[in-house]
Design a protein around this ligand. Structure first.
Ligand code: SAH
Ligand code: SF4
Length: 345
């Protein structure tokens, strides 16, 4: 275990104070910030605008690689790469890079495991180990940014949809977004970030009040309380007649469209009765529904919908003027698909 501080845990203000304590002028903090977040350097010796003795001090004080890559997997079609990282306490998380046409989307985790216990989700099947820190989230992104930079490519989108429920680790997630968005640093546009939540109503309301342009996706999966509570236990605490109004509030407050995620499970939630209930539920809301054929996980017997059933669900929504798409599955052969991320203890 390293005694050095992870650089990515610091705000620019923290860093400024720390360097001032070293007796350094204020501009050094900004210099170091740019080296880390713009040039993506992880070795202080390469920070050529910083004097040698300070480079050494930086090396002694900070680590720029507190996440260690333990394993990587690439899907057969090469579009998806999954990385298993170990953290400074030895715990593991996964993050994913997806290439689709010109998009380079990075998917990061916010928790080790998840407390929400959705029955079809591998992360939920693990239970919650602990929250990730803002720095641990930021560094997942920086890892892939560095990786892409070596191929002269850039990350185009960030989805906060890996392991964990971001709204169950709200503050750390918001801090990570703020740091990645910082115009003096990494400067990643909020509009290119999407955060996915299972529907923790008070946090959706709070998120609606934040002054961010970040996109919100809510994982719905069922349009009746009876079925949703079976699949997504948190629905018992925040049922649909609280969840949907909070989504409406988000749309009204932000003027942004909301996304609903729906994992299509064969003969569980892929019938036209659910499609009809969904139409009734979200009628008139500025939204888009993403239909994702269920990805297999060890702890759940349900299986993916068939192509025909997915199509008729999709067509029903379309006929009733609910915008929707059947999402392309990526990375399923390496268990990097939605809901497939899990790490052994
Ligand atoms: N906790 C957040 C974000 C992580 S899960 C959330 O639940 O929204 C990311 C997405 O994968 C969610 O939409 C989730 O419902 C979905 N998902 C979980 N398990 C899945 C599975 N086995 N197949 C397809 N999608 C799944
Ligand atoms: Fe947690 Fe999301 Fe998985 Fe549900 S689907 S258990 S909220 S990670």
């Amino acid at each position: 275990m390293s005694r050095r501080i992870s650089f990515y845990e610091l705000t620019l203000e923290d860093l400024t104070k720390l360097l001032q304590d070293f007796g350094e002028p204020i501009f050094r903090a900004r210099q170091l910030w740019r080296n880390a977040y713009k040039r993506l350097l992880d070795n202080p010796e390469e920070m050529t605008d910083i004097p040698r003795d300070l480079q050494r001090r930086i090396s002694e004080t900070f680590t720029f690689t507190s996440l260690e890559t333990q394993a990587t997997a690439r899907s057969d079609d090469g579009s998806t790469e999954k990385v298993l990282f170990s953290l400074s306490d030895g715990q593991m998380i996964e993050a994913v890079l997806m290439r689709y046409q010109r998009r380079r989307t990075v998917c990061i985790s916010t928790q080790i495991g998840c407390a929400m216990g959705c029955v079809f989700c591998a992360t939920g099947q693990m239970g919650l180990e602990r929250n990730l820190t803002p720095g641990e989230m930021v560094e997942q992104v920086i890892h892939f940014a560095r990786y892409l930079a070596k191929e002269d490519q850039r990350m185009t989108n960030l989805v906060i949809m890996g392991m964990g429920e971001p709204f169950h680790n709200y503050q750390a997630t918001m801090q990570a977004i703020k740091r990645l968005n910082d115009p003096t640093g990494f400067k990643f546009g909020a509009r290119r970030i999407t955060i996915s939540s299972i529907g923790i109503v008070p946090m959706i309301k709070r998120f609606a009040q934040e002054n961010y342009q970040v996109n919100l996706a809510v994982s719905l999966h069922a349009a009746t309380d009876e079925l949703r509570s079976e699949l997504v236990p948190i629905n018992q605490r925040y049922p649909l007649d609280e969840l949907i109004p909070s989504c409406q509030e988000y749309v009204q407050q932000t003027g942004r469209r909301i996304t609903f995620e729906w994992a299509l499970i064969h003969k569980v939630n892929d019938g036209l009765d659910q499609a009809q209930a969904l139409v009734d539920l979200i009628q008139g809301l500025n939204c888009h529904v993403n239909l994702i054929p269920l990805n297999p996980t060890q702890g759940y017997v349900g299986r993916a919908t068939s192509q025909e059933r997915a199509k008729s669900f999709h067509d029903f929504l379309t006929k009733h003027k609910v915008p929707c798409t059947i999402r392309v599955r990526q990375g399923v052969d390496i268990n990097a698909g939605c809901g497939q991320l899990a790490t052994e203890k």
